[in-house]
Design a protein around this ligand. Structure first.
Ligand code: ATP
Ligand code: MG
Length: 301
């Protein structure tokens, strides 16, 4: 069973069709970069997966459940994600667990049990802050943090809920270059946890879709790149997936050698940005068939 399956999804705003026939299957542990021209419908697709804006037609499956409203199975972090200003980093990260696992009467009338649970939540919050490299900032309030730190807290806040899929919509878009690179490395470290889990026979814990308009970032942080674009034969009826291939996998301690993927970047640019309506985009949707060729069986749906 895939962590996420988008089946023949289309979306219109009034008479304007934005997305058509989007199909995408994402397995546990994949970090998928979603790229495409501005306004092609990337955020619309994420909102359908999140469940806040169900599609006009088609389905979204997370695990074995159809999505028709937001649940804790799907997390999201935006470019300008707001934290609770009156809570510290640690309290912000623990907040979702508290809401999910306790009710107000429970907190009022079963104080000892609540107190114990609260301590556990805060301990877990520390673990997740550590994963995003922010343990030492656990007692800071958002007003005392930089933009990069706030985004890390937001990501920890989403990860602690252990979502089947974490959606990141241009999460580093507002950060300066150096901070952005630090956060990219943070994602690579999370990916390493996936690799380790797989080697040890466990289900990899982090499944991510990251929207970015930076193609270098897309290829650097992901293990798979998906291109969404209106530039295809039937483009007047909305964007669809025109590119789906494996991306080179980098380790966090490896130099960020961009030259290794110049060709793939050019291929991606041609696929998603070139307004040649006649090209056959299916030739670039090869992620699962490439997998099969490499001897890795395609997981059954
Ligand atoms: N609520 C809405 N009502 C009407 N049109 C909308 C609405 N939300 C988005 N759109 C339109 O749908 C198209 C896709 O928008 P969307 O925000 O999904 O694109 P995007 O790929 O995320 O763009 P960007 O890269 O700029 O973030 C755009 O043309 C946008 O103007
Ligand atoms: Mg967007």
């Amino acid at each position: 069973m895939a962590n996420l399956e988008v089946i023949n999804l289309s979306h219109s705003y009034g008479p304007k069709q934005v997305l058509q026939g989007v199909n995408l299957r994402v397995e546990a542990g994949q970090v998928v970069a979603l790229v495409g021209p501005s306004g092609c419908g990337k955020s619309t697709l994420l909102r359908a997966i999140l469940g806040t804006h169900p599609p006009t037609s088609g389905k979204v499956l997370v695990g074995d459940k159809f999505v028709d409203q937001p649940t804790r199975d799907v997390g999201i972090v935006y470019q300008h994600y707001s934290l609770y200003e009156f809570l510290t980093a640690k309290q912000n990260v623990a907040f979702g667990l508290m809401l999910d696992q306790t009710s107000t009467p429970f907190r009022w009338f079963n104080y000892p049990a609540w107190h114990k649970l609260r301590r556990e939540h805060l301990q877990q919050a520390e673990q997740f802050l550590d994963k995003v490299g922010l343990l030492s900032a656990r007692d800071l309030y958002p007003s005392e943090m930089s933009g990069g730190m706030r985004q890390r807290v937001a990501i920890a806040q989403a990860l602690i809920m252990e979502p089947s899929v974490l959606l990141l919509d241009e999460p580093f878009g507002a950060l300066d270059e150096a901070t952005r690179e630090e956060l990219q490395l943070m994602l690579l470290r999370l990916y390493e946890e996936n690799v380790r889990a797989r080697e040890e026979g466990h289900v990899p814990p982090y499944t991510v879709i990251i929207v970015t308009h930076e193609l270098n970032e897309a290829l650097f942080v992901s293990d798979r790149v998906v291109g969404l674009s209106q530039y295809h034969k039937d483009g007047a009826n909305g964007a669809t997936i025109v590119y789906d291939r494996a991306a080179p996998v980098f380790r966090p301690d490896e130099p960020k050698d961009l030259s290794r993927f110049v060709e793939q970047k050019e291929e991606l640019v041609r696929c998603i940005f070139s307004p040649n309506q006649q090209k056959d985009h299916r030739a670039f949707i090869t992620f699962w068939t490439d997998h099969e060729k490499a001897g890795i069986a395609q997981p059954s749906a």
